[in-house]
Design a protein. Structure first.
Length: 91
């Protein structure tokens, strides 16, 4: 089973997909687009902004139109459950 970035939901499959911690080691939970050097790349990003970025990424990703349609329907729910956006995990 693939791991997913706990900020944007991107599948983490290859070493280069992962962000980095302050000491330069591989981040375990976040992708390189969201997290570098132990910090979010855009710490002020809102949930709504991330949702729009993700939906655009799905549109731009190509592939099967029906699969994209399904992904766009489930993405907001998936995003809400990720560590960065899940209020319960941040309390």
């Amino acid at each position: 089973m693939s791991k997913f970035c706990q900020s944007c939901g991107m599948p983490l499959r290859e070493k280069q997909d992962y962000g980095t911690e302050k000491d330069g080691s591989q981040a375990e939970k976040f992708c390189s687009y969201c997290y570098q050097h132990g910090n979010y790349i855009n710490p002020e990003l809102t949930f709504e902004e991330m949702k729009e970025i993700g939906l655009k990424g799905i549109d731009d990703g190509g592939g099967n139109a029906f699969a994209r349609w399904i992904l766009k329907r489930i993405y907001p729910t998936q995003l809400k459950n990720l560590e960065r956006w899940n209020k319960k995990s941040n309390e």
